[in-house]
Design a protein around this ligand. Structure first.
Ligand code: PEP
Length: 251
């Protein structure tokens, strides 16, 4: 049985003071989630990671939104894995479509980051998903397959067992334009079949999230799909009431 996972992606939102307030308010939700075998987490900005880690329940997953694959050096503006580890951060989003789109995050670069994270005992949440034009051209599966095969190249079965994959069609992120439950299941099931082809049975252990305009009102339908093990949620994870609604609707 795969444990459900609800992960909020705060993107470039919230001052540290706001992140702290959310972290404090989220404490009872973590206990509730754990009682129901659900993992709960958020991905704040770098500047709020320590605040959230300090003020949330210990069981709260606190993820960074990006990391560099090198340990240190002349990479202005970047943050390394040891820097995250020093703050007890061991989850990182990799390849979010906004980073792919605005920051030239390629599948190859994602692969370097994922390998470095796994070598450091950390958990990558590898994001994949197609644009509207790729979707309309009926090329979603070829596109996503390439993202998975290149992003997860040169990893062993043992290394991918704790990995999380998030399928997020770009056309549904922040647009309110949801992918249907059928599309979510079809592509998440397809992703699992690629993982099975690459890594064998361990694919049954890998959690696959759906993301894209997930709200308290629709989360239950997505999570009832056999291959959707949780959700990566942007907008609806920003306010504590809505975050609570997301959790309570999947208990
Ligand atoms: C996201 O940022 O990963 C996301 C899915 O955003 P939203 O829920 O706002 O569509």
């Amino acid at each position: 049985m795969r444990r459900k996972l609800l992960l909020g992606n705060w993107k470039m939102n919230k001052l540290s003071s706001e992140a702290k307030e959310f972290a404090v308010q989220s404490k009872p939700l973590v206990a509730l989630a754990q009682k129901n075998n659900i993992d709960l987490g958020v991905a704040p900005t770098y500047l709020s990671l320590a605040t959230v880690k300090e003020n949330a329940d210990k069981g709260m997953i606190v993820a960074a939104q990006n990391v560099h694959f090198k340990e240190s050096g002349a990479y202005t503006g970047e943050v390394s894995i040891p820097m995250l580890k020093e703050f007890g951060i061991d989850w990182v989003l990799i390849g979010h479509s906004e980073r792919r789109g605005y920051d030239n995050e390629t599948n190859e670069k994602c692969n370097l980051k994922i390998k470095a994270l796994i070598e450091n005992g950390m958990v990558p949440v590898y994001c994949c998903g197609e644009s509207l034009s790729t979707f309309e051209a009926g090329q979603t599966k070829e596109f996503v397959e390439q993202q998975i095969r290149v992003g997860l190249a040169d990893l062993t079965k043992e290394q991918v067992k704790d990995l999380v994959v998030a399928y997020e069609p770009i056309w549904s992120i922040g647009t309110g334009k949801n992918a249907s439950v059928e599309i979510a299941q079809d592509i998440c099931g397809f992703v699992r079949s690629i993982l099975r082809d690459m890594f064998g049975e361990v694919a049954e252990k890998i959690r696959i999230l759906y993301g894209g305009s997930v709200k308290p009102e629709n989360i239950k339908a997505y999570l009832s799909c056999p291959d959707v093990d949780g959700a990566l949620v942007g907008g609806a994870s920003l306010k504590i009431d809505s975050y609570e609604g997301l959790l309570k609707n999947i208990l």
